[in-house]
Design a protein around this ligand. Structure first.
Ligand code: XIL
Length: 396
C-alpha cells in the first residue's frame, strides 16, 4: 500500500524562516527537495507582465464547466498559492485528507482535523464546488476494514465509514467519488465483455455488489450529493468496455450513479484522443455526466493512474521549449474535446495546483509552473475557450 509521502511538515521550519525573511514561496530557487533547489526554475512561457493580466480559468469556462484543482488546502500552502486557488478555480478536491486511511485510520478512530480545516477554508473562500474524494478505494485504506473476512461485518464497516464521512459534510459537498478504481488494469478482448473487477479487499469480502451498496449508502448519507464512479484508463480499450459493462449493471441495480470520473493522468506521449472523445459520448448515452477528475499531462517520464508508476521526486530537470510546446498542444487537443462535450462534462479538475504541488513532481504536468506562473499550456487551454465562444474571430 502506498501512503502519502508526508514530506511537507518537515519543511515547516524552513518555510517559517523564509516567510519571516520576506522571501516568496514562489521565488526561484526555493524547492521542497534539495535536488530541486539547486536547479533553475523552468522559464515562464510568457513575459512576467502577462501574469497580471492572465485570464481566470473559472471565468473563461463559466459557460462550459467548473474548473477545479486538487490539494489539501490550506495546509502549508503559501499565501500566493492559496490566492492562485481562489482566483483561478471554482472547484476543489481534497487530494489526500478524505481518503479512508487518513480520515478513518482504525475502526474507532476518526481524524477530522484536516478535513474540517479543508472544508472551512473552502467555505470561507467561497469555493462553490467541493468534490469529495474518495469514499471507497483499495489504496490508502486500512486493512482493518476487511479483518475477519466476514461479509456482513465488512458491509457494516463500509456503511458506517460512508455515514461518518459523507454524513458529516452533508449538504456541503456537491459531489463524491463513491468508488475509486474498481476495474483491473489487465484487460483483453475476453475481459472486455466483463466487469473485470480488480481483486481488492472489497471484492473478496463483499463480492461485486460492494459497488451498488456503496452508492446506496452514499445516497442515504447525503441525499443531494452527486455520486461518481472514478477511474483511470477507462477512456480506451478493454478497460473502457469493462467500465460500460459495470455501469450498465449498476444502473440496472438502481445504484444512484450520477456520473463517471475519467481521471486523466496522461503524458504528452500517447493520449488516446479519439477514444476519449467516444468514451464521453458512451457515458452520456447511459444518461451519465462526466468529470475529468484528476487531469495532468506529464512531459517527462511515464504517467498513468498507477501509484508509484512515475519518476517520483528524484530527478528534476527543467522542461525544454519543445516539451512545453508539445504539452501545450496536448492540452489544446484535450480541451477541444472537453469543450465539444460541455453539455455532458460538469467539471474539469487538475490534480494539483502547479508544477511544485503535484504528485508528478519533476514531470511538470500542470498549467502553472513551480512559481505559479502560467505556462504555454495555460494559454493553449484559454485559447480553446475563446475559440468555442467566438469561432470565427479565433480562426482569423
Ligand atoms: C495520489 C496523491 O496525489 C498522492 O499525494 C498520494 O501519495 C497518492 O495518491 N488516483 C487517485 C488519487 O484517485 O487519489 C491519487 O492521488 C492519484 C491516482
Amino acid at each position: 500500500m502506498h501512503e502519502t509521502p508526508d514530506f511537507l511538515p518537515r519543511r515547516r521550519d524552513a518555510l517559517a524562516f523564509l516567510l519571516a525573511s520576506g522571501a516568496s514561496l514562489c521565488s526561484p530557487g526555493f524547492g521542497f527537495g534539495a535536488e530541486q533547489s539547486a536547479r533553475p526554475a523552468a522559464a515562464p512561457s510568457k513575459p512576467a507582465a502577462a501574469d497580471r493580466t492572465a485570464p481566470l480559468l473559472k471565468d473563461v469556462f463559466k459557460s462550459h464547466f467548473a474548473v477545479g484543482m486538487a490539494g489539501d488546502v490550506p495546509g502549508n500552502y503559501s499565501e500566493r498559492e492559496l490566492a492562485l486557488v481562489r482566483e483561478q478555480f471554482n472547484a476543489v478536491t481534497p487530494e489526500n485528507c478524505m481518503k479512508p486511511s487518513l480520515v478513518h485510520p482504525s475502526e474507532n478512530q476518526w481524524r477530522f482535523e484536516r478535513t474540517d480545516a479543508f472544508m472551512n477554508w473552502c467555505v470561507e473562500n467561497k469555493i462553490a464546488f467541493i468534490h469529495g474524494h474518495t469514499l471507497l478505494w483499495h489504496h490508502q485504506t486500512g486493512d482493518w476494514f476487511f479483518q475477519g473476512d466476514d461479509k456482513a461485518v465488512v458491509i457494516q464497516r463500509m456503511k458506517s465509514h460512508i455515514d461518518g464521512l459523507a454524513g458529516r459534510y452533508k449538504g456541503k459537498i456537491r459531489s463524491w467519488d463513491v468508488v475509486n478504481e474498481a476495474i483491473d488494469d489487465r484487460g483483453d478482448a475476453r475481459t472486455a465483455e466483463t466487469e473485470n473487477l480488480r481483486k481488492t479487499g472489497w471484492l473478496r469480502t463483499v463480492g461485486p455488489e460492494f459497488l451498488t451498496l456503496a452508492f446506496q449508502f452514499a445516497r442515504q448519507a447525503d441525499p443531494a450529493a452527486q455520486l461518481y464512479y472514478n477511474d483511470y484508463g477507462i477512456e480506451a480499450g478493454p478497460k473502457h468496455a469493462s467500465s460500460m459493462v459495470l455501469l450498465r449493471r449498476l444502473l440496472k441495480e438502481k445504484a444512484p450513479v450520477y456520473g463517471v470520473g475519467i481521471q486523466g493522468h496522461w503524458s504528452t506521449r500517447g493520449i488516446p484522443y479519439d477514444a476519449l472523445d467516444r468514451s464521453i459520448a458512451d457515458y452520456a448515452s447511459l444518461g451519465l455526466k462526466v468529470a475529468i477528475s484528476e487531469l495532468d499531462v506529464t512531459i517527462a517520464g511515464a504517467s498513468g493512474g498507477q501509484l508509484g508508476g512515475a519518476g517520483g521526486r528524484r530527478e528534476v530537470r527543467p522542461p525544454t521549449a519543445e516539451e512545453l510546446q508539445a504539452q501545450a498542444d496536448a492540452y489544446a487537443k484535450l480541451f477541444a474535446i472537453f469543450v465539444k462535450h460541455k453539455d455532458v462534462i460538469d467539471r474539469i479538475t487538475f490534480w494539483g495546483l502547479n508544477d511544485r504541488r503535484t504528485w508528478r513532481y519533476g514531470q511538470h504536468p500542470l498549467l502553472f509552473d513551480a512559481e505559479c506562473r502560467p505556462k504555454s499550456a495555460f494559454w493553449a487551454v484559454v485559447e480553446q475557450a475563446n475559440r468555442s465562444i467566438r469561432p470565427a474571430a479565433a480562426s482569423r
